[in-house]
Design a protein around this ligand. Structure first.
Ligand code: ADP
Length: 475
């Protein structure tokens, strides 16, 4: 597998959230500006020409309606010419000019035209009713629009000639361009400013979290992640705070476990050594004493083995190194056979075991691990059964499966401790030294039940006792 090369300097900066946000925002703004300019350049001229044509139509219609109404005056024509910035000539049917207004600083096309040219315009208007021509050019005179209309009332009574230069286009375009330029500069400055602010806003909480994570990595468990800024980083910070708390908890538990294990290992080891020395120095020749001492050595060794086994079991289960080897078996049968092994305890130490399970119940599970669960729970019940020394093992068929429960009449577990009881290495303070154990038993139980997909839990009331239960699926 090829690993990514570590990013350094500029490359790293270019891959930062800050830079990425900034660059995308910048691209966005530049695109908008470009789009704005393209639209402006592409449409302004044609829009303007269209508008001028419409103006010409309006003026023409107005004049014709005034003529029909007989209310046209030179003053009105003059006002029209100047307010619309158009050259106007009104001729009678013989081509005699009645009114003529030249608004152009230089001569308009129609005012500079010869009599024959005007006659030609009239002829073209006669042919089509209205004659229009757009002369494209580069200066004020040549770039203009020509409109000639023959006015009819039955027959032709006169001619209206309108001519407008495109001169205003140039100045309008210039004005708009200047304005657009201002808008562009404002947008660029504002946009780049906002993008820098935005990228800062987005990256700051991330940087803060990264800094805290670095501290956590170096072993500072007191760091608090602060993701203030927006929801996602707040959630991330919350999750990390939770993770950090968990790490701290596990760390403390691990330290506790080390202390517990060391203590639990040291006690039997000291005993083994002491009794071995005693056999060597004193009781070696006394068979009764020797056997008694050897018995203690064996017992302590068993205790050591159990402890080491627990640690190994849990490690294997947690690493997932060991799968399940499922078999179909009669768990009622199995529970009864396990319980028979506790008769010694019943006889010797006065424990009472009450077993109530159905005749036969077949389940598919890993029998060895199933035994481990039952043993662990019963051993705990025995260890924590208190004065009552009563232990109930029941199996009750329910809708969702059969619930197997192990109940004791011991001191029970407080509400605060209940949620912790299945945690790795957890041991209630007061049970720390009184009862031999590692705090791993219930973690092993939990892992096995999870692997089987069984539901499980604990019901307990202080002073009354505890019930550890799990639900198996039949079949
Ligand atoms: P261990 O029994 O080796 O200490 P476990 O994981 O089996 O470890 O149990 C964890 C803790 O849960 C115990 O230390 C004890 O405080 C509590 N506990 C377990 N079973 C019972 C029970 N039946 N009644 C009361 N407390 C219990």
């Amino acid at each position: 597998m090829q690993e990514d090369k570590p990013r350094t300097g500029l490359r790293r900066a270019m891959h930062s959230v800050r830079f990425t946000v900034w660059i995308y925002f910048a691209i966005f703004i530049v695109s908008i500006v470009i789009l704005m300019w393209i639209t402006f350049i592409a449409t302004l001229e044609s829009n303007y020409r269209k508008r001028r044509n419409e103006d010409i139509d309006t003026v023409s219609e107005y004049i014709v309606s005034q003529i029909s109404a007989g209310s046209l005056t030179g003053k009105r024509l003059y006002d029209l010419a100047y307010s619309y910035d158009m050259c106007l000539i009104l001729q009678d049917r013989y081509g005699l000019t009645l009114y003529s207004y030249d608004v152009s600083p230089e001569h308009c096309l129609i005012h500079g035209a010869s009599a024959s040219e005007l006659a030609e315009y009239r002829r073209l208007a006669d042919e089509n009713g209205i004659y229009r021509k757009e002369n494209l050019g580069t200066d004020l005179i040549t770039d203009n629009m020509l409109y000639v209309r023959s006015i009819k009332q039955g027959s032709t009574i006169g001619y209206l000639m309108i001519n407008t230069s495109m001169e205003p286009l140039e100045s309008t375009v210039g004005m708009i361009r200047a304005q657009l330029m201002q808008i562009t500069i404002a947008m660029l400055i504002l946009g780049f400013g906002i993008s820098i602010f935005l990228s800062q806003l987005i990256s700051t909480p991330i940087q803060r979290i990264t800094l805290s994570a670095g501290k956590l990595g170096q072993g500072d468990h007191n760091v608090v992640f602060n993701g203030k800024g927006y929801n996602e980083t707040e959630q991330l910070a919350q999750t990390l705070n939770f993770a950090s708390e968990e790490i701290t908890k596990i760390d403390t538990m691990r330290r506790d476990l080390m202390a517990n294990i060391s203590h639990d290992l040291r006690t039997p080891l000291t005993m083994v050594k002491a009794y071995a020395e005693m056999i060597r120095d004193l009781s070696g020749d006394d068979p009764v004493k020797r056997d008694e001492h050897l018995g203690i050595i064996i017992e302590e060794s068993d205790r050591l083995a159990a402890l080491v086994n627990d640690i190994l079991d849990l490690t294997k289960l947690e690493n997932g190194a060991e799968g399940l080897s499922l078999e179909e078996f009669d768990f009622s049968e199995r529970i009864r056979s396990i319980m028979s092994r506790y008769t010694i305890l019943a006889e010797r130490d006065g424990y009472h075991f009450y077993v109530s399970v159905p005749e036969h119940t077949m389940i598919k599970a890993d029998p060895i691990k199933f035994d481990q669960v039952i043993y662990n729970l019963i051993n705990n019940a025995v260890n924590y059964s208190g004065e009552g020394k009563e232990i109930y093992v029941t199996a009750v068929k329910q809708e969702q499966g059969t619930e197997i429960a192990i109940t004791d009449t011991g001191p029970g577990i407080s509400k605060e401790l209940l949620p912790l009881i299945f945690d790795r290495y957890y041991r209630a303070e007061k049970s720390k030294r009184e009862v031999i154990g590692t705090g791993l038993g219930l973690s092993i139980v939990k892992q096995i039940l999870i692997m089987h997909g069984y539901e499980f839990g604990v019901r307990s009331e202080e002073g009354t006792g505890s019930t550890f239960w799990f639900r198996v699926k039949e079949g």
